[in-house]
Design a protein around this ligand. Sequence first.
Ligand SMILES: [Mg+2]
Length: 282
Amino acid sequence: MKARLWQTLFLVNTLITTEIIFAEVVNKDVRDLKEQNIMAVLFQQTAAERLAGSLQTFRSARQSLDKALADPTWSALPGQNIKGKKTAIIVDVDETVLDNTAYEARMILDGTKYPEGWVSWGKEAAATEVPGAKDFLNYAASKDVTIFYVTNRVVELKEATKKNFTQLAIPWDQSKETILMRGENNWNSDKGPRRELVGKDYRVLLMIGDNLGDFVDAKDNTLGPNQRKDVVEDYSDYWGVKWFMLQNIAYGDWEGALYDFDYSLSPDEVHNTRLESLEPIR
Ligand SMILES: [Mg+2]
């Protein structure tokens, strides 16, 4: 009888424990999801390999810029009419020129998610330089190439962005509008219309970004992961020659593509989609 009681108690205990463990596995919250970013943010912030990759990209971009300046037929905008135009480059801002990984680290530690705290972080104007960006951009400016910053930062952050650039000695042409923000002139997150606008007056020599949408229009950027890779293949002649991609493993539309750009998913749904997207056999 006593043995039976112990057996029953053991079973009950096992059931309770299992239930607790099960509950921990399925009930993901925002904090749990952000913690999945720890390795990515550590890579961006601490890896010598990230530093080397970033310097490598900007060094290559500089070499291409020299070639572009020597070749009057060169354009980084597919199909562009280049006749008689001044030269420019189109550069993204976040994770291309300004490094916001401190904000990423804060979200992990605070258990919060974008866009919470983003505007106030931007207003601090405390982003650091993406390694190699400043020297490259100053070189381009020294060659009389106009730098257009095409960014999806909200227009509310325009002054703070300029302040951040100034503090980091990042050059921008103040004689005209060269920082083109989301929300200005009815521009949405599709950068295509802004690239087109720059291309009307300027021969675009290079484009630099950390997101596919920094190079192609939203209709191509907002596809599924495999179709986005196909788009990259379609432009295989451009990469490393006219288009330069910085690595950003902490965030980007590559992640949105996993969820079909549905940002209303619950943390559990996000977590499960991430698990389902892993490929144990390729
Ligand atoms: Mg970016």
